[in-house]
Structures are given as structure tokens and as C-alpha cells.
Design a binder for this molecule. Structure first.
Ligand SMILES: Cc1ncc(COP(=O)(O)O)c(C=O)c1O
Length: 392
């Protein structure tokens, strides 16, 4: 490998949400954090050099995207996913969570039904509730350690509840499914038939494991574009969430006008210059680094899976097909969600995302963030083992 992902870089004292907010958020600072989806790897020198070049200019005024920006986007999208976008379709935003909240306001009315598929990234539900819309959940079907979409439930609820929009996570956080083309088309068909906007968050699409291929919603047939909104960002891929870079791509003019109107009403005008520069640098120069990184993370996933199978026989890993998140089912231990949390915090001394935040039915799951150097993952697994040994 050209890049050294084993290097442990101390992030404490860098105002970093993952490591520096233990006291504030948990009342303690003795936990190993594997919660928020934020990686512990340093960007490669070739990308940092580009950022330094921009910083060294010393002036950081307003900006708007120029051709270089759209060229970088299309370079990435065409090389990785087989589509290109018309720059006209793209609106920049301050992150995907912002864009998804705004979209709920733009595409639906107060009281309208908006659908999610739980367990799912919890800000989707917040975007619905925070805006006074009705949350309709189409619970993912969990069987034999694998998740799938319950299309019968999806069709029925869309029709009966008059769902106006679906927030679709592809690949899916936290369960790690990389939806197949067939699944994406089926979802798109149901949205089209029920006149619901299909909002697709593809922020995890650069983390796809061997044996799986990613099908972007932007490769759907043109007929689906009239109600399609696509949310994309280099934030997870290159761990630049702090730059708040996001692209909201809406091919249909009428739907795009609705989004842009809500965006104007919210007072958003320009993206930040560093986010824009970072996207150009990452999407132009970052492919070799990312390819090695995904291979490395896949190694972490396999290590954790094997370790858990061997040492925590009653826990079940939901085999991820992509993302850097590991979704683990602890229900086999027969303990309460409170005891699970107590063991994770007080015995393992791990800071994870408890399953209950992704939906009420998964309180006995935990989500692990494996985007860390292997020695850190190894240490975390050892802690986990000690915390459950008496129950095995
Ligand atoms: C599915 C998904 N969407 C969006 C985000 C956050 O996006 P942003 O930082 O651009 O708001 C995350 C972060 O974990 C995520 O998992």
C-alpha cells in the first residue's frame, strides 16, 4: 500500500466532535469513540498541498462554483458511477442534513406524510418532525442477518398514507446494504406511481465492498427524473464534513425551482470557498487514496466480523456490503437496552451509536464506526469481548 492507514493520529485537542466532546456529551472522557461517522485518517499530501495552496493565498471571500468545480464533479461521477450531470441541475448547500431538511419544506406541506425506512440515519426523521410533517416508516425487513425492503408495505403505505416524499439512504446507513439496480428501480417505480418525490442520499456511495456494485439513482431512466432529488457530497469519502460541502442535484426544472425557492427563503447564498476547493482537489486527485482506503476499511470489517463471531457468539454482525459502519445485533444476549448501554459504556468503555436512535425497533443493536486505524479497531474489539465474557 502506498498510504499508511495504520498510523494513529491523535485527534484530541483539535476541537473534534468525535474525541473532544466526551465531557460535554457523555459527562466523561474515558471512552474510545466509534460513534459519529467521521474517519480517523489524514488526507494524502497531494490533496493537502492543494488546500495549502488555497490557504496560502490568504484571502477567503465569497465564491460561486466555476467550470473547474463541475468538471471535478463530472470527472468523479463518470469515472465511478457512470453518469454525468448538467451543471444547471446542481445547487450547492451547507451539508446534506441541511439540504434534506430544506427539501422536506420545499417538496411537501405541513402535515404531509414523508417516508423513511428505519432503522435509518436519524436526521431523516428529524427533518420530517422538525418541519411538522408526518413520519411514515416502512421498516426494513430483517431476516437471517440481512435487511431488505418490504415492497408490499412500501406500496400500501405510500398509497394509504398519501406519502409525498421518500427519503432513501443508498447505500443504507446503518445496515450497510448496497441496494441493487432492481431494488432502486422498484423504489423509483413506487414513488413515480404514487407521485412522491424520491430523495436519494448517496453520501456513502464511495464505500462499496467486493462483490457488490453501486447503482446510482442518477442512472435511472429519464422517466423517473421528474420527481428525483439526489444528494451527494465528498464529506464522508474524504472526511471533510467540516467544510460543509454538498451538492443537491435535481434534473427536473419545476422540482428544482421549488428547492431553490426554499433555499432563497432560508437565506442560503454561497458555498464556502474551502469546501469548494476541497471538492475539486479530492475529486481530481483522490481516487488512488480512496481505493486503498476502501480496501483497508474492508479489512477492518472482516477483522471485526471474525472477532465477534469467535468471541461474542451471541452477537450477530449484519454483514455490510458498503459504508464504514458495522451494525451489530446484541439481542441474542437476552439483556435490556439499558443493560446493553451500560455494558458498552461502563465495561467496554466504548462510545458507540446505540441502535435505538435509528428507530424504535432496534434498541438492541449498536453501530460501530470502523474508519479507524486497525490497532484501534483491534483494541475496541478486545474491550467489547471483556464486557460480554460473563454472558457467553
Ligand atoms: C446518510 C447520511 N447522510 C448525511 C450525513 C451527513 O451529511 P452532512 O454532514 O453533509 O450534513 C451522514 C453522516 O453521517 C449520513 O450518514
Amino acid at each position: 500500500m502506498k498510504y499508511n492507514f495504520d498510523e494513529i493520529i491523535d485527534r484530541r485537542g483539535t476541537d473534534c466532535l468525535k474525541y473532544d466532546f466526551g465531557m460535554k456529551r457523555k459527562g466523561r472522557d474515558d471512552l474510545l469513540p466509534m460513534w459519529v461517522a467521521d474517519m480517523d485518517f489524514r488526507l494524502p499530501d497531494e490533496i493537502l498541498a492543494e488546500l495549502h495552496r488555497r490557504i496560502d493565498h490568504g484571502i477567503f471571500g465569497y465564491t460561486d462554483p466555476l467550470d473547474d468545480y463541475f468538471d471535478a464533479l463530472n470527472h468523479w461521477y463518470s469515472a465511478r458511477y457512470g453518469f454525468t450531470t448538467d451543471p444547471e441541475w446542481v445547487t450547492l448547500g451547507a451539508g446534506l442534513v441541511y439540504a434534506i431538511h430544506l427539501s422536506v419544506r420545499a417538496f411537501t406541506e405541513p402535515g404531509d406524510a414523508v417516508m423513511v425506512m428505519q432503522p435509518v440515519y436519524y436526521p431523516f426523521s428529524e427533518a420530517i418532525r422538525n418541519n411538522g410533517r408526518k413520519l411514515v416508516n416502512c421498516q426494513l425487513h430483517y431476516e437471517k442477518g440481512r435487511y431488505s425492503i418490504d415492497f408490499v408495505d412500501l406500496e400500501r403505505k405510500m398509497r394509504e398514507e398519501k406519502v409525498r416524499a421518500l427519503i432513501f439512504c443508498s447505500p443504507h446507513n446503518p445496515v450497510g446494504r448496497v441496494w441493487t439496480e432492481e431494488e432502486v428501480v422498484k423504489v423509483a417505480d413506487l414513488c413515480l406511481a404514487n407521485d412522491a418525490v424520491l430523495m436519494v442520499d448517496e453520501i456513502h456511495s464511495d464505500f462499496i465492498f467486493p462483490g457488490h456494485s453501486f447503482f446510482s439513482c442518477m442512472r435511472l431512466d429519464e422517466k423517473y427524473r421528474k420527481n428525483l432529488a439526489f444528494y451527494s457530497s465528498p464529506g464522508k469519502t474524504f472526511n471533510i464534513a467540516g467544510f460543509q460541502s454538498a451538492n443537491i442535484i435535481i434534473p427536473d426544472e419545476t422540482l428544482r425551482a421549488k428547492y431553490r425557492r426554499a433555499n432563497r427563503e432560508a437565506g442560503y447564498s454561497q458555498a464556502n470557498i474551502m469546501g469548494q476547493s476541497a471538492l475539486i482537489a479530492c475529486y481530481t486527485l483522490g481516487a488512488p487514496w480512496l481505493d486503498e482506503l476502501v480496501e483497508y476499511i474492508y479489512g477492518n470489517v472482516r477483522y471485526a466480523e471474525d472477532f465477534i463471531a469467535e468471541n461474542l457468539p451471541k452477537a450477530k454482525v449484519v454483514k455490510p456490503e458498503g459504508t464504514y459502519l458495522l451494525w451489530v445485533d446484541f439481542s441474542g444476549y437476552g439483556i435490556s437496552p439499558e443493560e446493553l448501554e451500560d455494558r458498552i459504556l461502563n465495561r467496554a468503555k466504548l462510545w458507540l451509536d446505540a441502535g435505538g436512535i435509528f428507530g424504535p425497533e432496534t434498541a438492541l443493536f449498536e453501530r460501530f464506526n470502523l474508519a479507524a486505524p486497525r490497532p484501534v479497531v483491534v483494541g475496541a474489539m478486545e474491550r467489547l469481548k471483556t464486557a460480554f465474557e460473563d454472558l457467553n
